[in-house]
Design a protein around this ligand. Sequence first.
Ligand code: JHZ
Ligand code: SAH
Length: 344
Amino acid sequence: MFHENYAFYSSTSVNMQKHFKLWANKIIGDNNFDKNKFVIELGSNDGIFIDNLREQNINHLGIEPSKNVADVAIKKKNKVLIDFFSSHLADKIVREHGKCDYFISANVMCHIPNIIDIANGISKCLNDKGILSFEDPYLGDVLKKITYDQIYDEHVFLFSAHSVKNLFKKVDMELIKLEPQSTHGGSMRYTLAKKGQHTVDESVFYYLEREKKEGVNDLDRMFQFKNDVENSKLKLKKMLVELKGKNKSIVGYAATSKSTTILNYCDIGPESIEFICDTTPDKIGKFSPGKHIPIKDMKYFHSKKPNYALLFAWNHSEEIFKKEIDYSKNIGNWIMFAPEAKIL
Ligand code: JHZ
Ligand code: SAH
């Protein structure tokens, strides 16, 4: 899955670039930053986060197994180790670079099946006062917003505060702060440290309690989610059938990983969605997994002037609506599918 032809380049989204800059500045600013401090980032992709450290001469190391995206980061003079992180690799990193002060990761932990080995590796890399801070799509948001498209092959886990707490307890680490994020449609930033080394922020108690109240860890809540997802699917299918019945042209906007779940689970193929447009050169000329809908570039989308665009990158709606103002005003309509199908 993660190799020299990995098709996701983090820096495609301008808003995500801003998000990572803010995060880096928060770490650097909050702590009167000593430039000799060492920051490791897991899954650094094309350098969207470590760019900010390199620009300020901060000692960093990205760990990124997908060579094509890692090469983009290396070309910008970021320090990157092209490999899969593991507890075994952690020994090598500590031998060669020493222990780190910060271990950062975004949208990566949820991709790694052998997660206890990863937690162990992180614990080995951190010095005694070291901080782990990572963010991933949050189960609480997925349940509430019925964004079931977060469940796809690359995403092995969908974390909650409870699951993260229990996981890291196994390596003697504890949650010290929880901060919800709007990225990827609702994420949580989990900050952890070795047990007893830092004060536990009250956000930890707040979100753990809220998860209990909202049933985030209850089986009954999962069955309700199942029903919500099934209803959401029926509404989307009905809408597409009605629009096709009126001879409307419908396309997909952004060939996201998430769209694979929508298309296959809802059984939507080229008979409804003529093509999907996307900005990633590596994806153009290929087909969507399973349903084989052609992927086209943005020029093609603008030349075809479709009546409806089903927004698969709904999490980037703000920046997409900004650049597609002409489409929205003069050409067509957007279809959103979560929590249920609706035409904007
Ligand atoms: P986006 C990927 O998921 C894969 P995806 C991965 N598994 C993950 O967890 C998250 O990212 C972090 C296109 N696009 O960010 C480019 C446009 O066409 O929602 C990409 O193909 N126009 C690691 O794929 C895709 O969307 C635009 O204006 O669900 C990225 O979609 C923008 C902003 C994106 O992630
Ligand atoms: N942090 C970036 C990239 C997320 S994409 C962002 O938020 O946009 C997920 C990345 O994790 C991919 O680049 C993939 O190659 C990397 N990855 C997958 N398994 C990994 C592992 N075991 N160790 C380190 N990186 C890994």
